[in-house]
Design a protein around this ligand. Structure first.
Ligand code: GLY
Length: 373
């Protein structure tokens, strides 16, 4: 079995009921056979690999996929789902479960997600349910999944037109990351994932903010070394916050910077119309504008953040082009419905008073309105 080029363990808190997640990084092009089919040392008698139509067609996946005949390779099965947010449904999750059931898999099997956040989230959720829980491993293939979605055990799917409305905390046992997958992404998906990296930098690392500020060209041209650094630093930052607060009782909620506004935008614009990262980046701009409005941060800080967001092409306007004036009330009411804003006193938002200085605040509709119109 191929040895990773670097590796670390995400350690879950005591009493969380979860084992550690081993996070492995590999240089060069992805070779899944070296991980899953070299030698006879797999502890799993059968494995269900779940991917989507886009990933299955990638050059680096062709060899792996072609070795499955009618979806089977020995005791292993390959399931190829439709690609994209519109397939992030309970029906797709149940399709994963029924595929394992039809193959007569028992509780010792392994579910392996090969894909972006959608595939990782749904496969992890299906793994949490199948026979009351089987092991999961992830091979993230997008920048967004590398730096955020694959790490920390949040699994699930969309429901009733709200994102990630149902799901479970159910971390993967192992995550195998090939940053080279990022080269296969269309520009909009790359930029979407990059928003989560920018978010991590705003929250946890002034050094990474400077790196993003000073290496714009290299980042945008997907320079291998810079991306390896961005991905591994973000993964470590995410792992340390999950270690501290797995079930999001406190500081993990910081990771939702930009998400309350962003999810509302995604929902009001129509799921799939605005990429997740585009929504989050716009949401970060709104959250920082609100921080400034409430006197929590300086204009200098707000301008610095705005400059980074704009230098990567993100919209920092009050009104995102995907919505109109008439949609602002809908945005506010979608923000109330966001599952993370359970307070009756106001809408909970994540605000920044400085680099690495984050605040959770309940704010009024008027406050929100003031940065939207
Ligand atoms: N994506 C935010 C979190 O994992 O908590």
């Amino acid at each position: 079995m191929k040895k990773p080029d670097s590796s670390f363990d995400l350690v879950f808190p005591e009493n969380s009921g979860c084992d550690n997640t081993q996070i492995n990084f590999y240089c060069g092009p992805c070779n899944l056979d070296e991980i899953y089919f070299a030698g006879d040392d797999s502890p799993y008698p059968s494995r269900l690999f779940v991917t989507d139509e886009t990933i299955a067609k990638l050059d680096c996946m062709k060899d792996f996929v072609s070795k499955f005949k009618e979806s089977r390779r020995g005791n292993d099965t390959l399931l190829v789902l439709g690609a994209g947010e519109k397939y992030k449904t309970i029906e797709s999750v149940l399709k994963i479960v029924s595929t394992a059931l039809d193959a007569n898999y028992n509780r010792n099997c392994l579910f392996v997600a090969i894909g972006g956040g959608v595939i990782c989230d749904m496969t992890g959720f299906a793994a949490s349910m199948f026979k009351r829980g089987v092991d999961a491993e992830f091979v993230p293939t997008t920048l967004l999944a590398d730096v955020d979605a694959s790490i920390g055990g949040k699994t699930g799917c969309d429901f009733s037109s709200y994102k990630n409305m149902i799901g479970a905390f159910y971390p993967a046992k192992k995550i195998h990351m090939w940053p080279s997958f990022v080269n296969t992404l269309p520009e909009n998906e790359f930029i979407s994932g990059l928003a989560e990296a920018v978010k991590t930098a705003f929250l946890f690392s002034k050094e990474m903010c400077d790196l993003l500020k000073n290496n714009r060209e290299k980042v945008l041209s997907r320079d291998e070394k810079i991306l390896f650094k961005v991905i591994s630093e973000c993964a470590k930052a995410k792992a340390s916050i999950v270690h501290e607060d797995f079930k999001e009782k406190g500081r993990r909620a910081f990771l939702n910077l930009g998400h309350t506004f962003g999810h509302a935008l995604e929902s009001v614009a129509g799921l799939g119309k605005v990429t997740h990262g585009e929504g989050v980046a716009w949401g970060m701009g709104r959250a920082i504008a609100l921080s400034e409005k409430l006197g929590l941060c300086t204009k200098n800080f707000a301008d610095d953040c705005k400059q980074i967001l704009e230098s990567y092409g993100y919209c920092t306007q009050k009104q995102h082009p995907a919505i109109s004036d008439r949609d602002i009330d809908k945005i506010i009411s979608a923000m109330h419905k966001d599952k993370k804003n359970s307070s009756s006193r106001g809408t909970k938002v994540i605000l920044q008073s400085d680099w690495q200085n984050t605040i959770i605040r309940e704010v009024s509709d008027q406050d929100i309105d003031s940065v939207l119109r």
